[in-house]
Design a protein around this ligand. Structure first.
Ligand code: ATP
Length: 366
């Protein structure tokens, strides 16, 4: 099912006398195509959960509209929207078995939607098989691992055959290994069921790895929507560029002068088609090549061996932060006793942003 959000806004009244309203979601317009998995991404407090709650109907909108397949559902109560929700704290009933937990939402079906016990059991088993917990139907939640509990929560959301599946930080309570495994599971389940799914996370790697599309938010405002690779390669602004990628992008106070891009005093690339101006020059960690003749001269601070790659930590006077981090193949030799290290810069891994607006500047770098 296609979801359209149109000028969606949510204001919460400020607490205390004369406290201004909190605008949790500000004039949000975007479209979630049918059958896709969309990752809503942004720092804590940027309004991700609020967007999810507006889609589900748990919150009333202050302004704007929500459409499901062209139908205006803005005023439709949550229970009639046909959404399945999975929360971070699985919210299972501790005294019920896995089977009873999964069956629970179907007990409330009314009128012509009412199901016989046999039908409920069969649907519960179908959902349990999908998330691969069908062998654990008689256990209670306390007898399950965190990952298994989360699967029960997903099965419970799926059993209603929702038109939309909404997941709010579903992996946050899992340890690193299980997180990785469960996110792949979510991807598989979504592919199999083809249910339009919105997934909230503050973990950019998680969102990038499983989403068809990511939506990046900041302070309630939509920053960019696109395929993960496209947003990584062509971020709309400096915030998006900094938010995506580990280690993060390295930002220099730069300058375009006579067709050259400077980071401080170092002329690092040629830049065509951009008038002379101050810029932010941002280089992805994989955009540095060790080169004795390279134009970027840095003070070496450390070399961290990470197995497949080596991380070179260095300082530079034009850096916006205290140090840069370059990722180079472990086959490269770095003299970790050296005082300085020189790099040449990969133009395709370098992005320019305007100093005032922080919007990306299109430039032909070479
Ligand atoms: P997190 O990743 O920390 O869960 P989030 O991006 O999901 O954050 P929201 O929970 O949507 O952010 O909150 C967005 C903003 O709205 C925050 O500033 C928050 O304090 C505020 N907010 C959320 N719910 C309420 C409420 N019921 N009353 C007042 N303010 C609220």
């Amino acid at each position: 099912m296609k979801i359209v959000l149109e000028h969606l806004t949510k204001r919460f009244p400020g607490r205390g006398k004369n406290a201004p309203d909190v605008i949790a979601v500000n004039d949000f317009t975007f479209e979630i195509p049918d059958g896709k998995l969309v990752g809503l991404l942004g720092p804590s407090g940027c309004g991700k959960s609020t967007v999810l709650n507006l889609i589900s109907g748990l919150h009333k909108v202050s302004d704007g509209k929500v459409y499901f397949d062209g139908e205006d559902v803005t005023k439709l109560p949550a229970e009639h929207r046909g959404v399945g929700i999975v929360f971070q704290n699985y919210a299972l009933y501790p005294h019920l078995t896995v089977e009873k937990n999964i069956m629970f939402p179907m007990e409330n079906f009314k009128g012509d939607k009412r199901l016989s016990k046999q039908e409920m059991q069969s649907r519960a088993l179908e959902a349990a098989k999908l998330v691969q917990i069908d062998a654990l139907m008689d256990r209670k939640p306390a007898e399950l691992s965190g990952g298994q509990q989360q699967r029960v929560a997903i099965a419970r959301a799926l059993v209603k055959r929702p038109r939309v599946l909404l997941m709010d930080e579903p992996l946050s309570n899992l340890d690193a290994r299980l997180r990785l495994q469960t996110r792949e599971e979510i991807r598989r389940i979504q592919r199999e069921t083809k249910i339009t799914t919105v997934f909230v996370t503050h973990d950019q790697e998680e969102a990038m790895s499983i989403s068809d599309m990511i939506v990046v938010m900041k302070d309630g405002v939509l920053q960019q929507i696109g395929k993960p690779q496209q947003v990584y390669d062509s971020p709309a602004n400096l915030f998006v560029a900094k938010f995506l990628g580990t280690p993060p992008i390295n930002v220099f106070h730069g300058r375009i002068c006579g067709g050259m891009l400077y980071a401080g005093q170092d002329a690092i690339l040629t830049a065509k088609g951009v008038p002379d101006q101050e810029v932010y020059a941002a280089v992805r960690p994989e955009g540095f090549i060790l080169d004795e003749q390279g134009p970027l001269r840095c003070m070496l601070q450390g070399v961290e061996v990470m197995g497949r790659d080596v991380s070179v930590v260095a300082g530079h006077p034009a850096l916006e932060s205290t140090q840069l981090r370059a990722i180079i193949p472990s086959t490269s030799r770095v003299d970790d006793e050296a005082e300085a290290v020189r790099f040449s810069i990969v133009p395709e891994k370098t992005l320019l942003f305007a100093k005032d607006t922080e919007l990306r500047i299109d430039a032909q770098l070479a």
